[in-house]
Ligand binder design. Structure first.
Ligand SMILES: Cc1ncc(COP(=O)(O)O)c(C=O)c1O
Length: 377
């Protein structure tokens, strides 16, 4: 397992439990960005073709992480919200069409669908609080439902859904499945083919350990033509780079969703970060993360007045653990933890912890010790 001080030399005393928000970079991402900066200073873009090989490598790494059939199914986008917007404003809606989401979605995966209201599209929000949330989501897929859009892992509770079951159920009902994968990709294995999803998207700055502003959009090959494009430019053309040509068509690959110059600065960092995840392997990453979540959970459960807001069942667990402490206002507890160098988040009516596979024992033990002191043990 990668040592914290090799790739994650975070400052002494820092307890970083906030990968579900914005992750620290591994050392190799910082090195790649520094090298890119130095190159820009020294020789500008003289070796641009070399940069494009890094971009190609990033696409291939993302395709492998998603288990996409080919990297031609993968577009590099600004963020999750942009990719969701490509789907929402790309499909051809008819008045009366319906979309199923859950009632716990991050705003990006709600607002974009509600924005279709002027076109007569209705959004159905399904509660995930029942004993069988997948059955409840599928039961909401009546005849007018054309799409289900769901987070693989809910951002506040950390609840993980059975995507394969949702994918099969959606396929049987002729419903397109769109997965906001930002809280799963890079933390747990993810597979667009076994999930049978139509679309999946994620930004790189959480579990993929990259910078903000560069994400991935997977669009199933046979659906590419069904999304009307709303952004045009030189880069999204089939014959990009042939500047003298006057006839044009959108790229046959998912590059059609990338209208202009690429974010090569972000590419350098994300490609390096993903190389680390690939070296460790997603099965290893997921099991190391599960160990850390277990450990945190056990420690928290030993405290008086703890109420866990994240599901306990193993198949529902993710990299997110959210809780409340009796007698403590969440905001006050958050501030207190912050003062103790515990970096976490205030989400879903509680405190959200999100370690990653490399999180050191020390970080978890010290955080639990702080909480024990706060809880008056
Ligand atoms: C489930 C979910 N979707 C989307 C986002 C953010 O999307 P974007 O990549 O557009 O910033 C977050 C960020 O917290 C999230 O938790």
């Amino acid at each position: 397992m990668i040592q914290n001080n090799d790739e994650f030399p975070q400052i002494v005393g820092l307890r970083y439990l906030n990968h579900a928000a914005v992750a620290p970079w591994p050392r190799r991402a910082a090195r790649a960005v520094s090298a890119f900066a130095e190159q820009n200073v020294g020789i500008g873009a003289r070796d641009y073709p070399q940069w494009l090989t890094v971009e190609r490598s990033l696409r291939q790494r993302l395709a492998r992480l998603l288990n996409a059939p080919t990297s031609a199914d993968v577009a590099l986008v600004k963020n999750t919200s942009e990719a969701l917007s490509f789907v929402a404003f790309g499909l051809d809606w008819k008045s009366g069409d319906r979309i199923v989401i859950s009632d716990e979605e991050f705003p990006s995966n709600r607002v974009v669908w509600e924005a279709l209201r002027p076109q007569g599209v209705e959004v159905i929000q399904v509660s995930l609080k029942g004993s069988d949330p997948e059955a409840d989501l599928l039961a909401a897929c009546g005849p007018r439902v054309r799409l289900m859009s769901i987070s693989a892992v809910q951002y506040a509770s950390g609840m993980r859904l059975d995507l394969q079951r949702l994918g099969e159920g959606c396929e049987q009902r002729g419903v397109l499945l769109c997965i906001d994968a930002i809280q799963q990709l890079g933390a747990l294995p993810f597979d667009v083919q076994s999930n049978r999803c139509a679309f999946a998207m994620a930004d790189g700055h959480k579990w993929m350990l990259g910078p903000e502003g560069l994400g991935v959009f997977y669009c199933r090959g046979d659906l590419r033509d069904r999304l009307t494009l709303h952004e045009y430019g030189w880069h999204m053309l089939e014959h990009a780079g042939d500047y003298d040509r006057t006839d044009w068509e959108p790229a046959r690959s998912a590059r059609r969703f990338e209208c202009g110059s690429p974010n090569l600065l972000g590419t350098m960092a994300l490609e390096a970060s993903l190389s680390l995840l690939e070296e460790v392997g997603m099965e290893q990453v997921a099991s190391a993360l599960a160990e850390r979540i277990d450990w945190l959970r056990q420690g928290l459960e030993g405290l008086n007045g703890i109420e866990m807001l994240s599901p306990a069942e193993r198949e529902r667990r993710s990299g997110i653990l959210t809780f409340r402490l009796a007698g403590w206002d969440n905001a006050a507890l958050f501030e207190r933890l912050k003062a103790e160098q515990v970096v976490c988040a205030l989400r879903g009516g509680g405190i959200r912890f999100s370690p990653h596979f490399y999180t050191e024992e020390r970080v978890i033990d010290e955080t639990l010790a702080q909480l024990r002191a706060i809880a008056g043990h």
